[in-house]
Ligand binder design. Structure first.
Ligand code: NAD
Length: 506
């Protein structure tokens, strides 16, 4: 199939639910005549009426001019029988998430539309290769995976199955741009890009909760502190635990029950109990109140010292030196610098405040042969804004005096320190290491490019950066170190370093 001219050509959207209505709106505003069809009687006209009011609301708020809204809306018509869309150049399917239903629809459509019509599915979890199986022309089926709410979310994953014609995927890629979207090519594999790479964001939080290492508030505060718009617990509450659990299960099952994607008992318990999150009034948090404020600092002793040494090299050590210099300024002296060491952090009168490399504080203390040891989480963006929540933990033998001072020093450096059980990789380091690892495996398997992964995670789930951008500010060795420390602690199959990262570290 040659790359067809699609701009302005008639589009059929099947399924007038939340996604279908959004897709129809975007296509119509981009200048296409659109037919909107739904199997449920009255659903398409109702979706059109709703769309009319939401466009009117945009006009009233001054976000869209009246003429654009009116001409856009006039381009969409509700269609009773699919046969009326024989002239469609593109069909976008957004019906129920069931393979047989989607296959049945596309088989029917092949008898209605012309041979050059592209068939696109908005499936979020079903294999595009599998949906195409049994079609007369399987090469014309492609995934066009939008994100909710469609008019606002910029990302479109353009998903190719085994038989998808590359020219046609390229045409959908180009068309998505004319619809104001940022398309990213993806190979049809479980979860595509976003739903796959995002799994550890939830899984690491649930793992910490399962072993009672932290509260949901603490985990959320630390990841918000790292620049994520929402912490994983509040985000699961928003998505709905039923939905989030179903996606996790589907990725787990589709990967032949690879333990790396194993769902959590914590979440199953919540689903079984009907604690779905916001929509049921109760999840990790109770609604409408939502996330309660974090408890204030445990100790408020002033940070004192006779000698402070900043250890390590690289951007985090440099920033620590600046922050320690600022903290000591009123006392008229500054920190010393020891750039050659094997670890990053500070010694404060001989006690150790160490940036996590994945090992627990207990392991670090044993390796150093010291008792007064605390480890702190990885700051993701530098300079660290004052008051950023940051997890830390103590070696079991740490003295009371050091427990007070470690916290006081983290506060003096500008953090809002959050005490965690002595869990490997704390909160941010383990989560980000696993997101990078998952991104690396996706690239290894040809699911997407590194740039595609970065764009998809920033636009599809609003991450503050993409996995390969984090990697650029860290190192393959550092990420591997955290994952191996997790593996050493848990001895499962979840913490398996991607060969792509090993080659990068090579
Ligand atoms: P929805 O339940 O809001 O809408 C689905 C619509 O399809 C309903 O109106 C239903 O009557 C209609 N329908 C069902 N079977 C049909 C058939 N055989 N022919 C015609 N119409 C039929 O669902 P949704 O959230 O809009 O999801 C639609 C698709 O988009 C699913 O494949 C889903 O996985 C995918 N998706 C959803 C989201 C999301 O956040 N909701 C995000 C990305 C992708």
């Amino acid at each position: 199939m040659n790359s067809p001219k699609l701009q302005g050509a008639p589009v059929l959207v099947v399924g007038a639910g939340i996604m279908g209505a959004g897709i129809a709106q975007v296509a119509a505003l981009a200048g296409h005549p659109v037919w909107l069809h739904d199997a449920r009687e009255g659903a398409a006209p109702a979706a059109l009426a709703k769309l009319g009011s939401s466009l009117q609301a945009l006009v009233a708020k001054g976000r869209m001019d009246a003429a654009t809204a009116e001409t856009g809306l006039a381009r969409i018509s509700a269609l009773d029988a699919l046969e009326g869309a024989a002239a469609a150049a593109l069909v976008v399917e957004a019906i129920v998430e069931q393979r047989e239903a989607k296959q049945g629809l596309f088989k029917r459509l092949e008898d209605i539309v012309g041979e050059s019509c592209i068939l696109a599915t908005n499936t979020s979890s079903i294999s595009v290769t599998a949906i195409a199986n049994g079609l007369k022309h399987p090469g014309r089926l492609v995934g066009m995976h939008f994100f909710n709410p469609v008019p606002l979310m910029k990302l479109v994953e353009v998903v190719s199955g085994l038989q998808t014609d590359p020219a046609l995927a390229a045409a959908i890629f180009d068309l998505s741009k004319t619809w104001g979207k940022v398309p990213v090519h993806a190979r049809s594999t479980p979860g595509f890009i976003v739903n796959r790479i995002a799994r550890p964001y939830y899984a690491e939080a649930l793992a910490l909760l399962l072993e009672q290492a932290a509260t949901p508030q603490l985990i959320d505060a630390c990841l918000r502190g790292a620049g994520f718009r929402m912490g994983p617990c509040e985000l699961m509450d928003l998505i709905g635990h039923d939905t989030n659990f179903a996606v996790t299960n589907s990725v787990f099952e589709a990967n032949f029950y690879d333990k790396r994607y194993q769902p959590s008992l914590v979440q199953r318990e919540m689903v079984d109990g009907g604690l779905f999150g916001r929509k049921s009034g109760r999840g990790f948090y109770a609604y409408p109140d939502g996330v309660p404020a974090l408890p204030v600092a445990l100790h408020e002793a002033p940070a004192t010292a006779r000698e402070v040494v900043v250890h390590g090299s690289g951007p985090i050590a440099d920033w620590l030196e600046l922050a320690a210099t600022k903290a000591l300024e009123p006392q008229g002296w500054g920190p010393a610098r020891e750039p050659a060491g094997a670890w990053t952090g500070l010694t404060i009168d001989g006690a150790h405040l160490v940036l996590t490399d994945g090992r627990t504080a207990q392991q670090v203390a044993q390796a150093l042969g010291q008792v007064d040891v605390a480890v702190f989480d990885r700051p993701l963006a530098l300079p660290v804004p004052p008051g950023t929540a940051l997890a830390f933990s103590f070696a079991p033998g740490a003295s009371t005096a050091w427990r007070e001072q470690a916290q006081a020093w983290l506060a003096a450096l500008g953090f809002a320190p959050q005490l965690l059980a002595d869990a490997p990789g704390l909160v941010v380091a383990r989560t980000v290491a696993m997101l990078v690892n998952e991104g690396a495996d996706a690239v290894l398997q040809g699911v997407c490019s590194t740039e595609g992964a970065d764009a998809a995670m920033k636009l599809g789930v609003n991450y503050p950066a993409g996995p390969f951008e984090w990697l650029a500010g860290w190192s393959a060795e550092g990420v591997i170190g955290v994952i191996e420390a997790l593996d050493h602690q848990y001895r499962g199959e979840r913490y398996r370093v991607s060969p792509w990262l090993r080659r990068r570290a090579g």
